[in-house]
Structures are given as C-alpha cells and as structure tokens.
Design a binder for this molecule. Structure first.
Ligand code: 13P
Length: 304
C-alpha cells in the first residue's frame, strides 16, 4: 500500500494534478487527497484552481466531477470510477424540468447540485445542502414560486425553514431516505447522551428527531465547536473517519449500518492510480450544456 501511495503521489506531480475528495469517500482516498470537503466547498475549490493545475482527479460521484468539468474547461477532469453515479441525480431529466418550468411560468428553478449537467443547464440556480435555505430564501424573497429539484426531503426541509412557495420534485437519495424514525429511536436508546446530527436528505420524521440538521461539513463544524463529546451521525458513513480524526477525544456513532452509499465507495486507491496513469476516464460536458450549467453554478457561488 505504501508503494501504491508513493506511485500515486509521483504521478500526481507528473500530471500537475490535484486530488479532490468528498467527505463520503473511503479513508484511504481522503488520506491522500489534497482537499476533502462537502459539495459546496468542493465546487468553490474547483472554481479557484490556478493555471498551474492541469488535471483534477475528482473522488466522489459523477455529478461532482461534472461540476468540476463545467468550471474548468481547459483542465482534464478524471474520475477513478466513471460508474460511480448518483441515483438521486438520475431521478430527473432536463426534459422533465423544462416541462415543469413551462407549466409554472415565472417560477425560479433551483436545482440541488446532485443533478446532471443537463438539468443544471435548464436551471436558474444551483444549491447544495449547506446553502439551500439561503438560495431558496433569496429566490422566494424576490417574489414568485420556486421549483426545487430533485430531492424531496431537502426541498421539504427548506420549505419548512423558509416558508417559501415551492413545487418540489419527488426524488430522493436512497441511502438517506431508507433511514426511519425507528432507527433513530434505537440509536438514541443505545447512546442516550449523544447529540444527533442529521443530513437534510433524510426524511422529515428523522429530521424531527435530530438535535441539528447540517451538511457534512456543517456536521464537522458542529463537532469541532460543540462542548458535547458524543454524537450520533445520520449521514453516509464515510464522514465518520474525518469526524474521528479531527476530534480524537470525542465519540461518533453511525445511526445505522444502512448509511453506506455503494457509489461513493466505488473509488479506491487502485483505481485512482490507474486513472492517473492512463488519463482515460475523463469527464466531458458538451460545450453548449457546459456554458449554461456554469451560469447556474456561478449564481450559486455568488450567494453569500
Ligand atoms: P454535502 O456534500 O452538501 O454535505 O451533501 C452530501 C451529498 O449530498 C452527497 O449526496
């Protein structure tokens, strides 16, 4: 393993590459990455890479690598396993969103970043789990209805927080949506003094039982700053590695073994090595789609 890591670092230098990793990636990937973060942090990082970077190896699911490609047309964007898709992103097509917009003229189309480049291209603005409330709140304050796609749980949570008039698509993340209130009750019984942190992709019945609702990096911040010493984590299990590493004196429990995303776990060091060697798993977005999708992402990045 040491030899493999050394070889990855050598190739990374040779390819003038950076390795970006989502908080859900396997420990070994997070450990070798130049930067690990949540979806918004990764989009910001991808938007600010300097000219000295020629290649980005994006360790996450496909739409995340696509976002990096949309923001960096002159760089080569690679993904260790191009089959690491996102079932939530696949739950709406650009045609379906266009029809929804046609049925609701004047509404602002907000798409969760967990969507294809084509869907982003027909959206007015993107959001992630950490800025959805702000993005929707701003759109709603400007007047009119908000179309929110594709995650119904995040949309529902944002509607409760903002009171916005929203049309919400019926998509969901299978990993988060399969967690039930009973799972949280069982975890609470097992760890009665732990604080419960839940991701807004969970169902309302789960969010109601949580002490805090936050994105993955939001959870890292809460764990770091809170005086509490024990937490039940209701999001994909990959986050536990960083939580434990950054807070060695605190305890973290996954709410349930159901919280494993098979797609996030498809990337590994062998595939990362292979892609840096072959340079052949490039993520390409057609130029007309890229230009339109970039506008929706840049609008999101300008929301403070
Ligand atoms: P964040 O990266 O915003 O925490 O959300 C994770 C996610 O949505 C992956 O599906």
């Amino acid at each position: 393993m040491k030899e493999l890591r050394r070889e990855i670092l050598r190739l990374k230098e040779f390819r003038k590459a950076v390795i970006l990793s989502h908080n859900y990636q396997a420990d070994e990937i997070q450990d070798i990455a130049d930067f690990t973060g949540d979806s918004l942090e990764l989009a910001r990082r991808a938007a600010s890479l300097g000219d000295s970077v020629e290649t980005v190896v994006f360790c996450g699911v496909y739409f995340m690598a696509e976002t990096a490609a949309i923001l960096n047309p002159s760089k080569k964007i690679l993904i260790p396993d191009p089959l690491s898709g996102c079932p939530l992103a696949d739950m709406i097509t650009a045609k379906e969103l266009s029809e929804l917009k046609a049925d609701n003229p004047g509404a602002t189309a907000v798409c969760y970043v967990n969507s294809s480049a084509e869907v982003k291209a027909v959206s007015d603005i993107c959001c992630t789990s950490s800025n959805a409330e702000k993005v929707v709140g701003t759109a709603a304050a400007a007047g009119g209805r908000v179309i929110f796609v594709p995650d119904r749980n995040l949309g529902d949570w944002v509607r409760r927080r903002t009171g916005a008039d929203m049309i919400i698509w019926d998509g969901f993340c299978p990993t988060h949506d399969r967690v039930a209130a009973d799972d949280i009750a069982a975890a609470r019984l097992k760890h009665p003094s732990a604080k419960i942190l839940a991701h807004p992709e969970c169902r309302a019945e789960v969010l109601e039982l949580a002490d805090e609702v936050a994105s993955t990096s939001g959870m890292l911040k809460i764990a770091r700053e809170s005086p509490d010493a024990e937490f039940i984590i209701v999001t994909e299990s990959g986050l536990l590695w960083r939580l434990r590493k950054e807070n060695p004196s605190k305890k973290f429990h996954s709410a349930t073994p159901k919280l494993v995303c098979p797609n996030m776990k498809k990337n590994d060091l062998h595939k990362l090595h292979r892609v840096l060697k072959s340079m052949d798993a490039a993520v390409d977005v057609p130029e007309d789609v890229r230009v339109r999708a970039k506008k929706a992402i840049e609008r999101m990045l300008s929301v403070k």
